[in-house]
Design a protein around this ligand. Sequence first.
Ligand SMILES: C[S@@+](CC[C@H](N)C(=O)[O-])C[C@H]1O[C@@H](n2cnc3c(N)ncnc32)[C@H](O)[C@@H]1O
Length: 258
Amino acid sequence: MAPELRRVVAVGVGAGDPEHMTVAAIRALNDVNVIFELKRTTADLTAAREAIVQRFVQRIPPPRVVPVHEPHRDRRASAYTQAVSDWRSARADAWEQAIGAELGAGESGAFLVWGDPSLYDSTIAVLDEIRARGRVRFDFTVVPGISSIQALTAAHRIALNRLAGAVQITTGRLLAANGWPQGATDLVVMLDGRGAYRSALTEPVDIYWGAYLGTPDELLVAGPLAEVAAEIDRLRETARERNGWIMDTYLLRSRAAE
Ligand SMILES: C[S@@+](CC[C@H](N)C(=O)[O-])C[C@H]1O[C@@H](n2cnc3c(N)ncnc32)[C@H](O)[C@@H]1O
């Protein structure tokens, strides 16, 4: 790598429990010149990221902390894929500007990524897009993080896969739109704003559900889906009213495959 090239690192910081920060993540945050602090519309997640920086960055002098204001995403847009792609490009604009303005030649900067950067997160795609534009030159690396799936399986004390079995990861949107995927036996569902597990109520499945995993608000429910779905509905509703938002992840495990 040319010595004058800027360096960016996408640091997975775990999905809620600060103790899920890895040694590599702590080292990366203490190594850089700049920490880009993403200001999101979900204030609680912004606060969680700020708390991680306060707790784990101990270098003196500390890295400069630079706020990056994230563009608003239109969640009502009917064309979902197009809306996400537009939002990604708008993020690339904001990050490109910040990297170009804040990192001098040879300097490095970090973006904190919720959970693991490889899982339903656009940080890597945004950094790729900025590099492809070619206006601001930098190299980037990725530090893996504990994902919400790992937090879920640990909280329920289960293995993610069954003996020599396969696991499919999908979204609430796809499950609600297409129903149970053909041939799947073990299904992890993320990004579910609507309780898509209800569309699997007719399947013989167990659910392992978790919300606000790794935080003091953590909620866990496990059991036959048909028996516990109403309880999950009720917990989601109450939690959403109390906190204004909910993040849940669950594993649906077919009993037919046993
Ligand atoms: C944009 S994705 C980010 C996933 C993240 N990169 C990861 O590794 O977990 C957001 C989704 O992750 C899941 N998620 C993230 N944090 C969570 C938590 N603390 N508890 C439950 N689900 C969580 C939810 O399904 C949420 O809709």
